[in-house]
Design a protein around this ligand. Structure first.
Ligand code: SF4
Length: 289
């Protein structure tokens, strides 16, 4: 089969203790990037470094220091394990003492100890995702990837889990992947916007929300619900035509040109450079600058 790169020219730096959000539609390459950063996939070219070491080497040198929480909590949790066994497993693999850790972890994720002998099917979605989070933080990792970790939860449970993640953060570094900007902006110091395998904009969370540069980011922002009905009425919603093209056959030039309301002939031929337009604010669009 012909191989087709999913990601192209992605450059991203995460500083220690920070939280970076990645947003974009499904099929944009966010999860693939998360898997590359975790060392679960090998890039065809380019490298991922953690503290100056290639990620595969770093993770061998620092067992249990990197972790992931997936969207699908039902298939992340072995249905034959109790809550206690699920949380205990990563500790046992590293031969760490689990006896005191389990009550403490349950408390940290806001679950009563009475649940420790329950099985996944006896828990609600929110409770099970909390168990997955307890499991992910059990070995005190320094870096966690949350891959659409709250996307399948109800909005009220989402808010509780996000609150919990903010409380737990401490010195941990988060990469938070989601398709919903309103979810990411609460938890991220910086936000990267991905479209069809490329990073199209990257900025501090506040800056990106106040001053989006890329037309795709503006579209995503226009879809974020506003609680004030007056503001909401005045705001213009930008609706994109068509679906995201297949990553197997990406358009030439700017990959967004087939859906961009501002596309010109140049956009169909030339790939826009990902440039810094203000301190720390990067974007790739021919219309900028
Ligand atoms: Fe739109 Fe052209 Fe900018 Fe791409 S480069 S986002 S098509 S205006």
């Amino acid at each position: 089969k012909k191989r087709q790169p999913v990601l192209r020219d992605v450059n991203l730096t995460l500083s220690e203790g920070s939280s970076v959000g990645l947003i974009g539609e499904s099929g944009g390459g966010k999860s693939t990037l998360g898997r590359l950063i975790l060392g679960l996939e090998q890039p065809d070219s380019g490298q991922v470094f953690l503290e100056g070491r290639p990620v595969q080497v770093w993770s061998k040198e620092h067992p249990g220091q990197m972790s992931v929480v997936f969207q699908d909590y039902t298939s992340s949790a072995n249905p034959r394990f109790t809550v206690e066994e699920l949380i205990r497993e990563p500790l046992d693999i590293l031969r760490l003492d689990a006896s005191c850790a389990i009550p403490e972890l349950l408390e940290r994720v806001g679950l009563p100890e009475a649940l420790r002998n329950r099985y996944p099917h006896e828990l609600s979605g929110g409770q099970l995702q909390r168990v997955c989070i307890a499991r992910a933080i059990a070995t005190k990792p320094r870096f966690i990837v949350f891959d659409e970790a709250v996307s399948s939860l109800d909005v009220s449970v989402q808010a509780q889990v996000l609150e919990l993640l903010l409380e737990l953060k401490g010195d941990m570094t988060y990469l938070f992947i989601a398709h919903d900007l309103s979810v990411v902006k609460h938890i991220s110091n910086r936000i990267g916007v991905m479209y069809l395998g490329s990073l199209v904009e990257l900025a501090e969370s506040y800056e990106l929300n106040k001053n989006p540069l890329h037309p795709y980011t503006k579209t995503l922002l226009s879809a974020v619900p506003v609680p004030d009905p007056e503001v909401s009425r005045q705001r213009q919603r930008i609706v994109l035509e068509g679906d995201i093209p297949s990553p197997m056959h990406p358009p030439k030039g700017c990959r967004f040109h087939t859906r961009c309301p501002y596309a010109t002939d140049k956009c169909k031929e030339a790939v826009p450079e990902f440039k810094e337009h203000a301190p720390g604010h990067w974007a790739a669009c021919h219309l900028l600058g």
